[in-house]
Design a protein around this ligand. Structure first.
Ligand SMILES: CCCCCCCCCC(=O)SCCNC(=O)CCNC(=O)[C@H](O)C(C)(C)COP(=O)(O)OP(=O)(O)OC[C@H]1O[C@@H](n2cnc3c(N)ncnc32)[C@H](O)[C@@H]1OP(=O)(O)O
Length: 213
């Protein structure tokens, strides 16, 4: 069947270029750039080397130069929640390294997040690198502590790998503060899929000194 032809000067609703989204600003714009950069990384990691790789690399450098031309954000500060939230490598919408994991309260005093990890996070073939699992748990336990009112640094984290965590499979990351004693906070967490628990962790965190927080 032939598509109806729009009258002269009339935008065709089928053509996305004729009805562009309003230009994003601020955090939304950075999140959009980060999502595009994430896609570039994911594509590059499992691409066959293209014949024109040098040309494509030059184009990517030109794009990076153009983005850098708009300047840089101010240095990170402990008391800047926007930086902490948007730029971290786990949940940060502004960080192309972040899957990103989306985290919210789990209704029982802990926090829960989901993510589907692709090839940039691969360790054993077809499975997530153990260091990435530790990263996710470290951060989610930190968020669980923050949600319970404690901004704290990891003193130690003990991670147990029960079974390999598959790539390209939605996983659920949970964290919960279990106790506090002075500035010392203990928290635990898991990474699971429909097949059960793959990774678990427990950690000791120490509340950030008041002169830093
Ligand atoms: C919305 C926000 C969400 C944020 C989520 C972010 C999560 C990010 C998690 C991270 O990745 S944090 C980065 C990785 N961790 C670090 O870089 C920490 C490096 N270490 C330090 O900065 C300090 O060693 C530390 C803050 C952990 C403790 O130094 P302090 O000078 O503040 O504390 P102090 O040494 O006085 O110790 C306080 C208590 O903790 C105990 N402690 C400290 N480190 C310990 C350790 N490693 N093992 C066992 N206990 C430890 C210490 O014995 C003592 O116990 P008591 O009160 O019973 O005497």
């Amino acid at each position: 069947m032939t598509e109806p032809v729009p009258a002269e000067g009339e935008a065709s609703p089928a053509d996305p270029h004729l009805a562009p989204e309003p230009a994003p600003t601020g955090a939304e714009g950075i999140a959009q750039l980060a999502a595009a950069a994430r896609r570039v990384v994911d594509t590059v990691v499992h691409a066959d080397p293209p014949a024109d790789a040098a040309l494509l690399a030059a184009k990517l450098h030109a794009i990076a130069d153009e983005i850098a031309g708009s300047g840089r954000i101010s240095p990170p500060r402990w008391d800047n929640p926007e930086h902490n939230r948007d730029h971290n490598p786990v949940t940060g919408a502004a960080n192309p390294l972040a899957p990103p994991l989306t985290v919210s309260a789990d209704g029982t005093g802990g926090v829960v997040g989901t993510a589907t990890l692709g090839f940039p996070y691969q360790g054993p073939p077809g499975h997530v690198h153990g260091g990435i699992s530790a990263l996710l748990l470290d951060h989610v336990l930190g968020i669980a502590n923050a949600a319970a009112g404690h901004r704290a640094m990891t003193a130690w984290l003990r991670v147990s790998y029960h079974r390999p965590l598959p790539l390209l499979t939605e996983c659920t990351v949970r964290g919960k503060r279990v106790s506090s004693e002075g500035r010392k906070i203990r928290a635990t967490g898991t990474i699971s899929t429909g097949h059960g628990t793959h990774v678990s962790a427990e950690g000791l965190f120490v509340a950030v000194r008041p002169d830093l927080a």
